[in-house]
Write a protein that binds this ligand. Structure first.
Ligand SMILES: [Zn+2]
Length: 159
């Protein structure tokens, strides 16, 4: 994704109040984030329990979404619905996002099962295992990266 500034992030939230945006903490390593290796930026708030955020580039520009980690975890070992990593080195949790505008004020939320610490971008950049002789692992990796970008943008757009 393209590099983003703190100012742009704070201006791009679609489902957070002014106060929530003011109170949020950026990732600790924000200054050193390598945006080229990310399809979306995701981070947990270090001060607010269960609060997390994602920043996604969409056709309408940057969209930032405030997330809440659900109390209950997935019942069985879940697959991340964004990177769909089959070897999955990390936990997957259910995050919910309040919908923007009036729907959100009426308690309307949308949920998604994704990597607990937003590891998707690094998961899809791993070369996939050889599925069969002649399997084009490079092409498969490229496809997973593009698919991840589409899924993240779809979710952000749906909020
Ligand atoms: Zn993932």
């Amino acid at each position: 994704m393209l590099a983003v500034t703190e100012k742009t992030i704070r201006e791009s939230f679609v489902n957070a109040s002014k106060k929530e945006v003011n109170d949020l903490s950026l990732p600790d390593d924000f200054e050193s984030v390598d945006f080229e290796k990310l399809d979306y930026l995701g981070w947990r708030d270090r001060k607010i329990a269960r609060r997390a955020y994602i920043a996604v580039q969409t056709d309408d520009g940057l969209v930032c979404v405030m997330l809440r980690q659900a109390e209950a975890g997935p019942r069985s070992r879940a697959q991340c619905s964004w990177c769909q990593d089959v070897t999955l080195p990390n936990d997957v949790v259910l995050y919910t996002a309040r919908r923007s505008g009036a729907a959100g004020r009426h308690g309307n939320v949308v949920g998604t099962l994704i990597c607990a610490n937003f590891e998707c971008s690094s998961n899809v950049r791993k070369l996939p295992p050889m599925a069969y002789i002649g399997f084009d692992a490079e092409a498969a990796r490229e496809e997973r990266i593009v698919t991840l970008q589409i899924r993240a943008a779809d979710f952000a757009g749906g909020v």
